[in-house]
Write a protein that binds this ligand. Structure first.
Ligand code: SF4
Length: 447
């Protein structure tokens, strides 16, 4: 039987587990927040102000609940990670601080030195070729009718798995980054490019994270995009609902701006939706459900894009629970991505085979329209392809070969499994440059 089923000691989740939304005062278990009331915790300003941005704050807020060994590990992580720390009190309090090393939320947001593995030799900072396919700054235009607009480089949390670690969240000890924040002066060039690109119908407004745009900026972007006649769909991308639901519940101005743009789109016969990023059931509580109730009551569609990560969600129970919880909250589970091949993330990546097995296991556990499609976003800019649509997969050596005829005709794309998950023999072959090149050429020939 696959390890996907056996790596945990509990068996199948109970059928109705997905309707149980945690609603206790979990943050009061954190020594520094023991006296914070539910009203204070609900306030988006309190969440922002008390977000953890430095390792020393972790120690201060946890006091005796954290060991010196863990803190040393966390400090070592800061020397290696390409992402700065930023984590909301909501997510921080949901970490199991009795066993932080194995916690799926800690793994996503607080990298420790002991977990890092050598980068895969084929990793690239801009693995998806977003900069290559960029006709004007802050815009990627790869698919004929769809673009990716990156108006800001900041987020309410910084994720260890971020595919844009080269630009997001400010410089770290290991990576120098040029920009920080929302660069509004350049947005008009993006609107001008889109106005003269009649094929474009679909704009993803990402970053960074749309949660960090002010209400005025949301309206400015929304109005400028909606008035371009051929643009039919806008997707606001934010991880916010997953890691900071209090903003949806108490920041009326921000929610009002999203609603205004949504309604303007509706008046023009156009879609304005939110794409969010829940990756673990441990991120979901009653707060998430209440935030979704608010957005649903405003008529705003929300879809989810999760990233498949080792020790976070690469287990059938977790993926099924996540899928069902999302559906129950009126979030459409849209995609589960294979982890991109970017530096500093090898410990979080899984094999393509694991992804395929997970998709097979999840399919059929709920309605088809609420079942995520597992995809691989091809390194080199081939775009998203269904996880089983490769031309050839050498799972012994962890090499898959893909084509994306409509996106880049005649080009081959390669995705590689993490080397530490391969057999000892395969690992030896990867260590030798000659063997490595021969394996890759062989896979391309067989494709
Ligand atoms: S919220 Fe998105 S853009 Fe921001 S750090 Fe996380 S993955 Fe990257």
């Amino acid at each position: 039987m696959s390890t996907l089923y056996t790596q945990k000691d509990h068996s199948k989740i109970p059928e109705l587990e997905h309707r149980n939304f945690r609603n206790d005062d979990f943050w009061t278990k954190i020594p520094g927040w023991a006296n914070i009331t539910r009203g204070e915790f609900a306030d988006f300003r309190w969440q922002s102000k008390n977000s953890i941005k430095k390792v020393d704050q972790v120690e201060k807020i946890l006091g005796s609940r954290v060991t010196k060994e863990f803190m040393d590990d966390l400090r070592m992580g800061q020397k290696k990670t390409p992402m700065n720390i930023r984590i909301t009190p909501y997510v921080f309090s949901l970490i199991n601080w009795d066993d932080p090393l194995n916690d799926p939320l800690r793994k996503q947001f607080l990298p420790v030195g002991s977990q890092f593995l050598p980068d895969h030799p084929m990793d690239q900072e801009d693995s998806l070729g977003e900069d290559t396919d960029s006709p004007v700054p802050m815009l990627t235009h790869r698919y004929p009718d769809k673009v990716l607009f990156l108006p800001t480089t900041i987020c309410p949390v910084y994720c260890s798995y971020c595919t844009r670690s080269r630009i997001i969240g400010g410089s770290t000890e290991s990576v120098e980054k040029e920009t920080y924040g929302a660069n509004q002066k350049k947005w008009d060039d993006v609107f001008a490019y889109l106005a003269r690109s009649p094929l474009v119908e679909d704009v993803v407004v990402s970053g960074g994270d749309a949660y960090m745009l002010t209400p005025a900026q949301i309206k400015y972007i929304g109005e400028n995009l909606l008035k371009i006649p051929h643009i039919r769909r806008i997707r606001l991308a934010t991880k916010g609902i997953a890691i900071f639901p209090q903003k949806v519940l108490t920041d009326d101005e921000w929610v009002g701006a999203v609603k205004e743009v949504h309604d303007l789109g509706r008046a023009f016969g156009k879609q304005v939706v939110i794409h969010t990023h829940f990756s673990s059931p441990n991120e979901i509580t009653k707060w998430s459900q209440m935030a979704m109730d608010r957005l649903f009551s405003l008529g705003i569609t929300v879809r989810n894009q999760a990233v498949l990560q080792e020790g976070v969600n690469n287990h059938v129970d977790e993926m099924v629970l996540l899928t069902r919880q999302l559906g129950f909250m009126n979030i459409q589970p849209y995609y589960v991505y294979m982890h991109d091949m970017v530096p500093g993330c090898e410990h979080l990546r899984t094999t393509l085979k694991e992804g395929e097995e997970l998709e097979k296991a999840v399919r059929g556990t709920t309605a088809g329209f609420n079942t995520p499609t597992f995809v691989c976003d091809l390194p080199g800019g081939g775009g998203k392809r269904h996880i089983a649509s490769y031309e050839y997969y050498d799972d012994e050596n962890g090499i898959s070969v893909w084509k994306a005829p409509y996106v880049k005709k005649d080009q081959m794309f390669l995705y590689f499994d993490p080397i530490h998950k391969l057999s000892e023999d395969a690992q030896k072959r990867w260590a030798n440059e000659g063997d490595r090149n021969a394996m890759i050429e062989e896979a391309k020939k067989k494709a």
